[in-house]
Design a protein around this ligand. Structure first.
Ligand code: TYM
Length: 325
């Protein structure tokens, strides 16, 4: 069976961009891949985190992923910090990484403005490469913003193989066609983001129906009244149409037809109700899961399964590099 791996930070406010860009694909591909999903808590602390919030967000994210459809019977769901092999392989990969490559990463350049240029933020990409390469995945389904990290991972795999002999395959990024980059509701020129200054930027998977309706109502639109998909001249309505399309399975063309001669108000109203309808079952399942200790047990089981695979790869790598057993 082919292997799929992906990761997600427990930084709170999981939103429909994360869902449509990444999580939805993970759920769909569980049928045909052996799936590893890592909650990357060590990556989350590359920007300051309140310890209590981090613990809460980590458990919340695990429960939400399961509520979205990640099935622990089919997929391995685990915390990055439970598998020390990530750091060990990361360190080895770090010794093959030019500082200049780390410094030119878009995410580093953006985040250092907000969080300061801490070494952890600079070193983020080699830990991500280790997250991936330990499990020798065929595919890594991510949103478009992760492409640069994926390319960096592939380069490191190649570099390691050239120096120490064939060890890693070069995993392919799997980017969804329509939903690779969901834009902010308050600014369609920037991606929807957990760390946006205003919560009006995103629809959180745990937003209440009232919040969803309010946020869609005030979402930015374009100057004319037409419901037409044109990313260049109508970026705001095109983004809302992409969200509508992804949750309804209707094509952009079908949406245009449905809303011909109808204004933004009707379209927005229907979009809000669609989101409420699609997110409520996820929230219901999330609330059920949050009550017991089931999620902790799932993460413990996940760590056992993930460590078997990760430690095997790490042992092979250590031997190749010349570290004594
Ligand atoms: P993170 O936690 O920021 O985001 C998780 C996933 O959501 C996607 N995403 C989006 N997709 C479409 N539109 C958006 N507006 C949007 N915002 C976020 C991201 O592309 C991602 O797929 N560095 C990673 C976490 C990571 C990882 C890994 C991923 C660590 N190790 C190994 C894959 C494999 C990150 O910060 O994702």
């Amino acid at each position: 069976m082919k292997v799929l791996l992906s990761g997600i930070q427990p930084s709170g406010n999981l939103h429909i961009g994360n869902y449509l860009g990444a999580i939805k694909q993970w759920v769909e591909l569980q049928k045909s891949y052996r799936v590893f999903i890592s909650i990357v808590d060590l990556h989350a602390i590359t920007v300051p985190q309140d310890p209590r919030e981090l613990r809460k967000n980590t458990l919340e994210l695990a429960a939400l992923l399961i509520a979205c459809g990640i099935d622990p019977k089919k997929s391995v769901l685990f915390l990055q910090s439970h598998i020390p092999a990530h750091i060990e392989l990361g360190w080895i990969l770090n010794t093959l990484t030019p500082v200049s490559e780390l410094e030119r990463m878009t995410q580093f350049k953006e985040k250092k403005e907000r969080a300061g240029a801490l070494a952890g933020l600079l070193n983020y990409p080699w830990l991500q490469a280790a997250d991936i390469l330990l499990y020798r995945p065929d595919v890594v389904p991510v949103g478009e913003d992760q492409l640069q990290h994926l390319e960096f991972t592939r380069t490191l795999a190649r570099k390691f193989n050239n120096r120490f002999g064939k060890t890693f395959n070069e995993p392919k990024a799997l980017i969804p066609k329509e939903t690779a980059r969901i834009m902010g509701l308050d600014d369609p020129t920037k991606k929807m983001s957990k760390s946006a200054p205003s919560p009006n930027n995103y629809i959180g998977l745990l937003d209440s129906p009232e919040e969803i309706r309010r946020k869609i109502k005030i979402a930015v639109t374009d100057s004319d009244k037409e419901i037409r998909y044109d990313i260049k001249t109508k970026p705001a309505i095109s983004n809302l149409m992409t969200i509508y399309s992804a949750f309804s399975e209707l094509s952009h063309g079908a949406i245009e037809k449905r809303y011909q001669n109808k204004g933004y108000a009707q379209f927005k109203n229907d979009l809000a109700e669609l989101l409420v309808k699609k997110l409520m079952p996820i929230q219901q399942k999330y609330r059920e899961l949050s009550r017991g200790k089931k999620v902790i047990k799932i993460l413990q089981d996940g760590a056992k399964k993930a460590s078997l695979v990760a430690n095997k790869t790490l042992l092979e790598v250590k031997k190749k590099v010349g570290l004594l057993q």
